[in-house]
Write a protein that binds this ligand. Structure first.
Ligand code: SF4
Length: 391
């Protein structure tokens, strides 16, 4: 088994390798550095560098894998520790965390995104249930870094066990509270969180910063705490495996999986595939995309889902995209796997173009789509594939 570490696991440019082929590396050793916006990449195992390309570094792991790791440089500067550790948004966005947190939020808010928004995924839930104190410490560190005065942990009320643990951990905290999110998709969208918790409606394309807030995903905060307290680089990922795997009915959570390992290993650890099966989806059901058993675990990989075989479809298909769920590219990928002919495409009417990119005008306040569907019917569709979460 080879470890594959992509040089771009973040928003920005690919990192530049600083090791050579044949070189022995230690777990935690810095192996690639950003060129502009980006985040450090460290070896996730002890081993020998096998290949270096413009896209990735591969490492052949040593037989012995001791517990330890090379610690990041010692520093009292918490933001610097986050930068050294190569932390990016683990929820899927991949934005470098040291850049996101380099703000002054005087009288503002640090908000933990505990929505666990994508159905089936459960690894953030496990952290909230089992390590709430660590999450609270993380909020305090981010408050200190950003000068924010309040911390909110945003979670859905239906996650009762997590709510109970978080409330207990926050009981003695003056400035950190548990707040509730509605049980809708996409309640984990940063603009939805700001709307629900602060009552501020951000326009499409605007960041929580405009409302005096930063929003951080639960797992990202875990990595921040590890960097500050243990000087640990971002070398492992939490993930959920579910679907047509033997142990996958409810989803199985794996914490601290070495980056770069193949997703197939974790399908095997769930007892292997249930046959017949269809696609391996990398990410969540709403925003994931098709992958393979060889694909590596990356800093932003949310889940590993195995679907049932896609039904084959001979009728003329229309596709209806959602900005927060499946967009045209993904819907076309699924249509192709179904063998369908796509004859019409539409976007949810709430999708608006901002700076060349489509955004949702009011995420989670999803409209009916009758008008769009009638348009497509005129173009001859007989069946619809939709990424929208409304009716
Ligand atoms: S309003 Fe439309 S684009 Fe926005 S989340 Fe709902 S379905 Fe998606």
């Amino acid at each position: 088994m080879k470890i594959i570490l992509p040089l771009k696991q973040h928003v920005g440019a690919p990192c530049k390798p600083i090791v050579n082929t044949g070189e022995e590396v230690e777990r935690g050793q810095l192996i690639a550095i950003p060129q502009g916006l980006g985040a450090n990449i460290h070896a996730s195992v002890y081993g020998t560098v096998d290949t270096i390309t413009e896209e990735f570094i591969t490492i052949i792991p040593a037989q012995e894998q001791p517990e330890g790791y090379v610690k990041i440089k010692e520093t009292d500067n918490k933001l610097k520790a986050i930068e050294e550790a190569g932390i990016v948004g683990a929820g899927g966005a991949g934005f470098p965390t040291h850049v996101k947190l380099n703000v002054d939020l005087k009288d503002g808010y640090v908000i933990v995104n505990g929505a666990e928004c994508e159905p089936i995924l459960a690894h953030n839930l496990k952290i909230m249930e089992e390590s709430p104190e660590s999450l609270v410490r993380g909020v305090k560190y981010i408050k200190e870094i950003t000068n924010a005065s309040k911390g909110y942990i945003a979670v859905k009320a239906k996650y009762k066990k997590a709510v109970k643990s978080l409330k207990k951990a926050c009981a003695i905290e003056k400035d950190i509270e548990v707040k509730f999110l509605p049980d809708i998709y996409p309640s984990g969208d940063e603009r939805v969180i700001v709307r629900e918790l602060l009552g501020i409606e951000l326009e499409p394309g605007k960041l929580p910063l405009e409302a005096g807030a930063v929003v951080q995903n639960v797992e990202t905060i875990k990595h921040i705490v590890n960097a500050i307290e243990l000087r640990k680089p971002y070398i492992t990922k939490d993930t959920t495996v579910a679907g047509r795997v033997q142990d996958g009915k409810k989803g199985k959570v794996f914490l601290d999986v070495p980056l770069g390992e193949p997703v197939g290993k974790y399908i095997e650890l769930c007892g292997g595939f249930v046959k017949p099966y269809g696609e391996i989806t990398l990410g969540g059901p709403f925003t994931g995309s098709a992958g393979s058993e060889d694909a590596p675990i990356t800093k932003t990989l949310g889940g590993i889902l195995v679907s049932m075989p896609f039904p084959q479809e001979t009728r003329k298909m229309g596709i209806l995209a959602c900005e927060c769920g499946a967009q045209e590219e993904r819907l076309k990928e699924i249509a192709k796997a179904m063998g369908a002919e796509v004859v019409a495409e539409e976007k949810c009417k709430r999708m608006v173009e901002v700076n060349g990119r489509y955004r949702c005008d009011k995420p989670g306040e999803c409209p009916g789509q009758a008008e769009k569907i009638l348009n497509m019917k005129k173009k001859g569709i007989q069946v619809l594939l939709t990424g929208t979460c409304g009716d």
